[in-house]
Design a binder for this molecule. Sequence first.
Ligand code: DAT
Ligand code: MG
Length: 139
Amino acid sequence: MSNRTFTMIKPDAMKNGHAGVIIDRFIKEGYKIVALKVTQLSADKAGEFYAVHKERPFYGELVAFMSSGPIVAAILEKENAVAAFRELIGATDPAKAAEGTIRKLYATSLGENAVHGSDSDENAKIEGDFFFSGLERVH
Ligand code: DAT
Ligand code: MG
């Protein structure tokens, strides 16, 4: 089991001024920041990141949203990071997310749900490598 996960603070949370409180929550929940940056995805790069959803009806909307403004990308470290972090962010649909979770507190809608969290150790590695070079992270 790996101890790292990858996250993004999505354009809705950035626009709504929640980036600071969300990063603060990561730290308060015991995650060590291994890599962190503000960036913006092109539509091509957003499409590549979410390629697994290419056939889904919401793919076009998802790619447009994720490339619509700045994001924060980060690699976080904690024991059992992937599963623990999915619990911290809550269900994909904020209306179904548990009280106190990041999506319950800060998400706009199902499609614009404030944060990303990797769904497996393998994807955490792939996604972290998608955004960060070796020099941009702690060893
Ligand atoms: P998660 O981000 O919880 O891993 P996912 O991988 O199933 O969820 O989907 C990726 C993103 O796509 C999700 O965060 C928001 C968007 N999305 C998922 N299902 C959707 C739907 N039914 N309608 C609109 N957007 C959706
Ligand atoms: Mg997912």
